[in-house]
Design a protein around this ligand. Structure first.
Ligand code: ASP
Length: 370
């Protein structure tokens, strides 16, 4: 055999063994399945307070949002893409307190907060007090990917959105009659001044109860939206978007755009999105706390979420909940309110959509994918 032939033969042998080794390594990796958990806010959501029509509307919206993510992940989309796409759907849905349908500040404005985090590299982006950007979650992602910063606020954030070619809208785009009536009701009850109806809002229509809910003094629905997702490559991500708390002081920022409080994701522990009375969630660094208990205390995801919500949050008299996911496919929720709008699905499994606390299934001690 000539020298050249020997070289070609040896190189071919190496190539074949390398391919065989790669194939063997691939076969040894467990099959990855995607999974998603979505929330649409927690609060005093009880069967007696939700009309059958309102309940059906919420369930349909959650199922639609989940389906959007499932289709994307089925096509091999990333966890980050799923988080953004699902939240975009919910931001456009007036039933939820995010994007269109957001609650108003005491001065009658919509100030929107959002954040997103990629568990594969700990990159994160957040925005607060946004008033002109249609999809705050997409702006949070743009801050992460296209700026050197993690968080932008107010006019600077909206200006950056315009430069990043994200859709800008008139602030009245976010107006809904039901949220406006709800603000007027709360301010009147508390004896606070009622601001003028926002410029550009449609003329007053019939008084519609919030999201068709039969309101009573105890009805309190927070309505923030959040998503955690796992993709087929094993990466996890989390995102949260909100209008904050109704009648908040102008400039108030809650937990939703705070990385570690309302949102956190790390492939080495878990991804979390929170909803509830934000001040408590900030003080407890709720999202990061759940992941720390998984990473450093060896807790299951359900144990960690329950510990933070039912022990630490309750000790401060805070209310709300979290959704969470791990790279190995545990997908859980935990909340201390009478209800939380929520949905989840793992590849190959069925979609679950739940509202009330008494719908908690037996397998809520940590569902995992098939
Ligand atoms: N956590 C949000 C905030 O405090 C409110 C919510 O979850 O509904 O802004």
């Amino acid at each position: 055999m000539s020298i050249e032939l020997k070289v070609i033969f040896t190189a071919a042998l190496f190539a074949v063994s390398a391919v065989a080794l790669a194939a063997q390594q691939l076969a040894q990796q467990p099959a990855r399945h995607w999974a998603i958990v979505v929330h649409g806010g927690a609060g005093v959501i009880e069967r007696s307070k939700l009309t059958p029509e309102a309940e059906a509307a919420y369930r349909a919206s959650l199922a639609k949002a989940l389906d959007e993510g499932a289709r994307l992940l089925d096509r091999g989309g990333t966890a980050m893409d799923a988080v953004e796409a699902i939240i975009n759907v919910l931001e456009d849905d007036p039933l939820f307190n995010a994007g269109r349908g957001a609650v108003f500040t005491a001065e009658g404005k919509n100030e929107l907060d959002a954040s997103i985090m990629d568990g594969s590299n700990l990159m994160a982006g957040a925005v607060a007090g946004v008033t002109r950007t249609r999809h705050p979650i997409s702006l949070a992602r743009a801050v992460m990917e296209k700026s050197p910063h993690v968080m932008l606020i107010g006019a600077g954030a909206d200006d950056f959105a315009a430069r990043a070619n994200l859709e800008q809208v008139n602030p009245s785009f976010f107006f809904t009659e039901s949220r406006w009536q709800s603000l007027v009701k709360q301010l009147t009850k508390e004896g606070r001044p009622v601001p003028p109806r926002p410029a550009g809002a449609p003329p007053p229509g019939p008084v519609v109860p919030v999201a068709q809910i039969e309101e009573s003094p105890e009805t309190r629905i927070l309505g923030t939206v959040g998503v955690v997702a796992l993709d087929r490559t094993g990466n996890i991500a989390a995102g949260t978007s909100t209008g904050g708390m109704q009648a908040k002081m102008p400039g108030r920022v809650g937990d939703s755009p705070i990385i570690g409080a309302g949102t956190y994701a790390s492939n080495s522990s878990c991804a979390v999105s929170a909803t509830g009375s934000g001040e408590y969630f900030i003080r407890l660094s709720v999202a990061r706390e759940v992941c720390n208990l998984v990473a450093f205390k060896g807790m299951t995801l359900q144990q960690a979420a329950d510990q933070v919500i039912h022990k630490e949050l309750e000790a401060l008299h805070g209310d709300g909940g979290v959704i969470a996911i791990t790279p190995d496919g545990q997908l859980v929720w935990s909340f201390n309110t009478p209800g939380m709008f929520r949905a989840r699905q793992a590849e190959g499994g069925k979609a679950e959509v739940q509202i009330y606390a008494d719908e908690l299934a037996a397998n809520d001690a940590g569902a995992s994918h098939p």
